[in-house]
Design a protein around this ligand. Structure first.
Ligand code: ZN
Length: 269
């Protein structure tokens, strides 16, 4: 990953046949959900042949796999009725993602309630990292919205990292930088790569998305690259400087993702 030309670009796809989705986009890796992104039912394999077949077929095809945890996972919250099932769901997704040989499991930073002390959320992150048996890299993603979010603003990301630093598995925790969320969350894209690296020491994955909304709007609405409110040069600069694998979570299917990848390749070359 030392030269910009080698930054691999993938996309978020449907989980039924991620290998076919990768082929349709001519991409070396893909990301998908395992089951319902809004539900507590636990992971589900929709690939014909199940987890073992997906692992073997992806390996044979040379397609890298990333799994996105359900959006409802919130290990930071002080609400037991959300935190406890969230931790269980996270473990289930770690197990499932590792069973298909995924390169990483992406999870949002979560939040505490409006009037809660954020310190409780940082400590809940520490407890989650101590409790969950991480079998693959867990990539914590920055989020766009909320006033009491754990990973919207840099200072909070720093506190989460401080809290989990003492956990035995801290080396398995990485960072996923979402460009739409950084912009809509109010973080300057001019400096965000250096700012995040100073805190986490690493950026493992970039979710490269444009934003339908203004800077610091707090809204999480992705747009196709060049079709939103993010400065195209800044978007490309973030990808170039982060020098990590990219996942497009932009609207549309294979044709749109191919166009977004071409747009990005033109600008990072
Ligand atoms: Zn994302």
């Amino acid at each position: 990953m030392s030269t910009t030309g080698s930054i691999p670009i993938g996309a978020h796809v449907d989980q039924s046949d991620p290998i076919a989705e990768a082929r349709a986009r001519e991409m070396p890796h893909v990301q998908f959900f395992l089951g319902d992104p809004q539900g507590y039912q636990g992971p589900e394999f929709r690939y014909a042949g199940g987890a073992d077949a997906l692992r073997a077929d992806a390996e044979a095809a040379g397609v890298g796999l990333y799994v996105h945890a359900p959006y409802i996972v919130n290990v930071a919250t002080t609400n037991n009725r959300i935190r406890i099932p969230s931790r269980k769901l996270l473990q289930q997704h770690v197990d499932a993602a590792s069973s298909i040989g995924a390169r990483g499991l992406i999870v949002h930073g979560g939040h505490v309630n409006k009037d809660d002390d954020p310190e409780k959320g940082f400590d809940n992150w520490r407890k989650a990292i101590e409790a969950v048996d991480l079998k693959l890299p867990l990539l914590i993603e920055n989020t766009a919205g909320g006033d009491n979010a754990m990973t919207r603003h840099l200072d909070r990301i720093g506190r989460v990292w401080d809290a989990i630093a003492s956990a035995e598995q801290a080396d398995l925790v990485g960072f996923c930088l979402d460009t739409c969320h950084a912009h809509a969350g109010g973080n300057a894209l001019e400096t965000v790569v250096d700012d995040v690296r100073r805190i986490t020491g690493r950026i493992d994955l970039v979710h490269c998305n444009d934003s339908r909304d203004e800077f610091d709007s707090g809204a999480d609405r992705h747009a196709g690259l060049g079709a939103g409110k993010v400065d195209p040069d800044l978007l490309a600069a973030v990808v170039r400087d982060a020098a990590a694998p990219v996942i497009l979570e932009t609207p549309g299917g294979a044709a749109e993702h191919r166009a977004d990848a071409a747009w990005l390749r033109d600008r990072i070359a």
